[in-house]
Structure formats: structure tokens, C-alpha cells
Design a protein around this ligand. Structure first.
Ligand SMILES: *[C@@H]1O[C@H](CO)[C@@H](O)[C@H](O)[C@H]1NC(C)=O
Ligand SMILES: *[C@@H]1O[C@H](CO)[C@@H](O)[C@H](O)[C@H]1NC(C)=O
Ligand SMILES: *[C@@H]1O[C@H](CO)[C@@H](O)[C@H](O)[C@H]1NC(C)=O
Length: 243
């Protein structure tokens, strides 16, 4: 009788603990990520991923390493960079939150790139994990683990982290590291995080201007083999002034 009683109360306690955790988990959603003017970031917007301490700006763009023909490495340059869409694995309220698995996808990439989605790729020669484009969006799970990043607080701003929780499998050995820079200034997994902030991309106010923007970029890609380049460069070549 006594044992039964204890077992009962133990299982009751366990059940209670699980329910409490679930409730707490639901209530304690992590903080929203704020853009550079302190507003909550939305999944429907596009953002430049910038170094927040430098003006005018230093944004994430694509970089061609060594004698590679296609620029696939992600690197910050002292220009606006390429706007990106940040898509959390799930977001009930459309807000981008800290410590959540998310895909990062540039608005555009050169035709030689397989996709605009960021991923982490190991390079045997340099023994570095590079941040590159060519990843796959969505489908959270062990097969897509290299495509998921997180945004974590760093000082007054943020850092990007590779530490995916999309693979709930004990056999899956997830490395957890910050996104920092290699000696050439490219994004790699590192012990030393690179501080980032997020600036909303403003051309999207109308569909027409967005389409025009894409077309400009698309055309200019063909006559500039300039790498790294940025949307700012392309637009200013066309006589655009960035507001
Ligand atoms: C350039 O490409 C050649 C041939 O693929 C390779 O042997 C060489 O190491 C490369 N150089 C650099 C700097 O990557
Ligand atoms: C932050 O977000 C607000 C609301 O979307 C927007 O008005 C503002 O321009 C954004 N600021 C920056 C720096 O991205
Ligand atoms: C970009 O260029 C390609 C090849 O010229 C063309 O097929 C495509 O429609 C263009 N896209 C945009 C958005 O202009």
C-alpha cells in the first residue's frame, strides 16, 4: 500500500512538473529581437545585417574567396550589404525572437549560387566552418541542421549563433559556436562573436519599387564582376541615392 501511494504521488509530481514546464514554456517566450531603432523585428520585413558600431554602415554581403568563380561566402563589408529575410522555425505572432532557430535568406544572389539561404559549411583545407549561401529553407530536422542560426543578445546589440535545436536526436552532435570573422573578414564559426544589428530594408514600400530594385540588381550583376559588392554600390551606379 505504502509503495503504491508513493508511486502514485511520484507520478503525480512528474505529471505536474511536465504541465508546469509546458505552461512556463508557453508563457516565457524569449524577448523580441529589436532593430537598430529599438522596434520589434517582423518576419515579413527584410533587414540589412550590420555591424552596429560603425557609420555609415557595414553590412553582410557575398564575398568571393581566392580563385573561386562564384561569390558564396558571407562577409561584412563597409557598405549596405544585401538585405535578408529572417524566418524563424515557428512564429505565432510574426515577431522574430532571441534564441529561436531561424533561416537567413538574402533577397538576391548571383545566378551561380544554388540558393540565397545561409548555411554553415566545413572547409577541410582551412579547417573552418564558413557561413555561405546555398542552404535549404525550412524543413526543420536533422537533415537541415546546417541551415539554422539563432540571434542572441551581445551587449547592446546581438550576435549570430550556430547552435541548432531542430534535431532532437541524441545521435546528432550539434556544435554550438558564435558567428565571427576569419583572417580574411569572412563569417566563420568562432569563439569570438561579431556584433550585429538589424536595419530594416525600406525599398519594399511598394511592390513596384521592389520589382524595380530586383531588376536593377539583376541587370547590374551581369556587367559588374565586382565582388564584394552591395546593393548600395549597384544603386548608386544607377544614380540612386540611398535615403
Ligand atoms: C586556385 O585554383 C587551383 C586549381 O583549382 C588550386 O590548385 C589553387 O590552390 C587555387 N588557389 C587558391 C589561392 O585558392
Ligand atoms: C525599425 O522598425 C520600425 C517599425 O517597422 C521602422 O519604422 C524603423 O524604420 C526601423 N528602424 C531600423 C533602423 O531598422
Ligand atoms: C534576372 O535575369 C534573368 C536572366 O537574364 C531573367 O531570366 C530574370 O527574369 C531576371 N529577374 C528579374 C527579377 O529581373
Amino acid at each position: 500500500m505504502k509503495t503504491n501511494c508513493c508511486e502514485l504521488s511520484l507520478s503525480f509530481l512528474l505529471a505536474f512538473a511536465i504541465i508546469t514546464n509546458a505552461l512556463l514554456g508557453a508563457a516565457a517566450a524569449s524577448d523580441a529581437v529589436l532593430n537598430l531603432s529599438g522596434e520589434q523585428m517582423q518576419v515579413t520585413d527584410y533587414y540589412y545585417i550590420e555591424w552596429p558600431l560603425f557609420r555609415p554602415t557595414t553590412g553582410a554581403t557575398l564575398f568571393r574567396a581566392g580563385n573561386e568563380t562564384c561569390p558564396l561566402d558571407v562577409a561584412p563589408v563597409p557598405l549596405n550589404g544585401i538585405p535578408a529575410r529572417i524566418s524563424p522555425v515557428n512564429s505565432d505572432d510574426g515577431v522574430i525572437r532571441e534564441s529561436t532557430d531561424l533561416n537567413i535568406k538574402f533577397v538576391f544572389v548571383p545566378p551561380c549560387a544554388q540558393s540565397a539561404v545561409w548555411k554553415v559549411q566545413y572547409d577541410e583545407e582551412s579547417e573552418e566552418y564558413f557561413v555561405r549561401v546555398g542552404g535549404v529553407e525550412g524543413n526543420p530536422g536533422c537533415d537541415t541542421i546546417t541551415n539554422w542560426f539563432k540571434i542572441e543578445k551581445l551587449g547592446d546589440y546581438y550576435k549570430l549563433v550556430f547552435c541548432s535545436s531542430v534535431c532532437n536526436n541524441h545521435y546528432c552532435n550539434v556544435i554550438c559556436k558564435d558567428v565571427g570573422l576569419d583572417s580574411e573578414g569572412r563569417f566563420v564559426l568562432s569563439e569570438k562573436p561579431y556584433q550585429v544589428g538589424f536595419r530594416k530594408f525600406e525599398f519594399l514600400k511598394s511592390k513596384i519599387s521592389y520589382q524595380w530594385f530586383l531588376t536593377l540588381v539583376n541587370e547590374s550583376w551581369l556587367d559588374t564582376s565586382l565582388v564584394p559588392w552591395s546593393s548600395y554600390h549597384v544603386l548608386s551606379k544607377k544614380g540612386w541615392k540611398h535615403k
